[in-house]
Structures are given as C-alpha cells and as structure tokens.
Design a protein around this ligand. Sequence first.
Ligand SMILES: [Zn+2]
Length: 342
Amino acid sequence: MVEFKTNLELLKKLVYTPGIPGYEDQIRQAIISEVKNLGDLSVDEHGNIILDLGGNGKTLLIAAHMDELGLVVTNIFDDGLLSFRKLGGIDDRILPARHVRILGEKGEVHGVINFPSPHLNFEKDQNVIPWHKLRIFIGAESREEAEETGVYIGAPAVFIKHWTLLAGGKAVASRGFDDRAGTYALVELAKLLEDTEKKHRIVIAWTVKEEIGLWGAYALAAKTRADAFIAVDTMACCRPEITGRMKPGRGPALRLIDNAYVANMTMANEMKRIAKENNIPLQVATGGGTTDASAFQRLGIQAVALGIPLLNTHTLAETVYPSDIENIVKLLYNVAVKGINI
Ligand SMILES: [Zn+2]
C-alpha cells in the first residue's frame, strides 16, 4: 500500500502559476522542472507534455490538463482602459470588481475589472454586465501610458488568486484547482512510479487548451498509440440529480457519463475493482461539462475519466479536499502496479 500526503506547497505553486489556453509556457515549465528526470520527456508541437515512464504490457496514457480559465486583452482605449475576452467557461457574474494579473511584455501588470459603485447606481440596475462591456483599469490614463507598462493587444491575464485553508486544511479554497489539482496529482504519481515495477507501460501527459474544447487532447489522441486513456480532472460538485451522492472529501469519483462522453464500461469496472481491492474510496457520479476522455473516445481509444470533486468550479472560490487528491494518486498507483484488464 503506497502512502502519500498532499504537498500543499507544491500544489499551491502549481495553482499560482498562470497558464491560460494557448499561453501555457509558465505552467509547462513548472511541470517540466518537477518531472524532467523521471522518464522520457517530450513536448509536442501543441505544447502537450508527454512523460513516458516505461513499463510492460499495454500502454496506458493518463492525463490532466495544464491550462486554466483566463482573459485576453483585446484593446487599449484612449482613456487607458482595456477591453478583454474570455478563454474558457467564465460566468459573467464573477467578473466585475476582480483583481487580475496581466502578463505583459515587460512583466506582470496588475489591474482591476471595473464595477459601478452602488452609491451611484440611481437606476437601481441589477442586471449582469456582459463581459464585453466591462473594462480593466491598470492605473493608466491614456493609451500611451498603458502601453508603456508592456500591456499589449493579445496579452493573457489571470485572476489574482487567494489561498485559504478551511477546517485546518481539511479543504483548500483558491482559484485554479481545475485542473491544477489533477496536474499536481500526476506529478506525484510520476514520482511514485519512477522506480516501480509496472504492469503497464505508463505514459503521463499534461495537455493544453482543454478549457476551450479539449484541443490538446484531440491532438494527442490522434497521434498516440496508447491502448487506453484515463483523464484526471476535477468534477463539479454537487447537484444530486446529476452527481448522485458524490461529496467532496469522500474520495475521487468515477465519472460515468457527462455532456460528451459515456465511460468505457470495462475500464470503469476495472477502476471499481482496483479501488475495492485496495480499500480506496471511489464514488460514482455523472457530471456536467466534459473532460479530455471524450476526445480520446471520439478518436477511437477506450477511455475513462476520474474526477476530484470540486466545489464552486470555475470561480475564484474553487474548493478541493486534499484527501481526494491523495486517494486518486493511490488509485492510479495501484492501477499501474497491479494492472487492469483492458
Ligand atoms: Zn474547467
């Protein structure tokens, strides 16, 4: 039985490293610096990281997406304000009055997304302001002044994150656990499996551009010779009529069905068997949205997705239970070491 405790410091480092779809350089480098000596590492032309840990038997590819939600600057106006568009599923209701980090040409520039003060809202307007009407203020009063900071059209931006331990660390809240929780889990899995005898050839990947339509996973699936695929992602929690009795803190979830996928039942049953035989809690749930597993399935590779239950998904208050991360690592470790029938 492998023992493993969440390294909150490394998890936080990965969560705080920016990487919006298509602009993953920093998070890619952060992952590579952790895993580069663990196996045969390559980066494909899309930016996916592929780490071949070797092993025998059928090839099992396990992946988490490295990208996160974010914004891209679309214009710099004469008054110094910036417009932006969204990359990934961001609800307009969470945008106003947020602090953002813009990754400019001369380094980071901080800004805030404007919101009209209630003191001056004489119209009593309660409507949600659509994203294209919001502006980022970086303290500049003209276009020239804004450009002087290194901000440019096309610059990526992320929300400034706050890290809070809840109930003494039983749960952790921050923006960015989708899918840095999975990203982190696979970094730890790679470390545990490096010098371990495996029943499968294990390849771990960190994919790009998941949040805008699984693009990295499609590219990987089209070229890989993997026999089977496991996606490791967070899973929006909870809505009982969809997600069953899934609760955060009660183990990872076997994702049976989502908006674009139905699990390969052979693989799903093998996940259940490995969990049961090794006393690892595994919940069963259906979900909304989708994961990289649906890309692999569509391109003909049997796939299953495992979910780390996540509260407040795609907000600044994403909340995860470290114990669920630990149990997903243990489950995948046992899958690799004991083998699944596929
Ligand atoms: Zn997501």
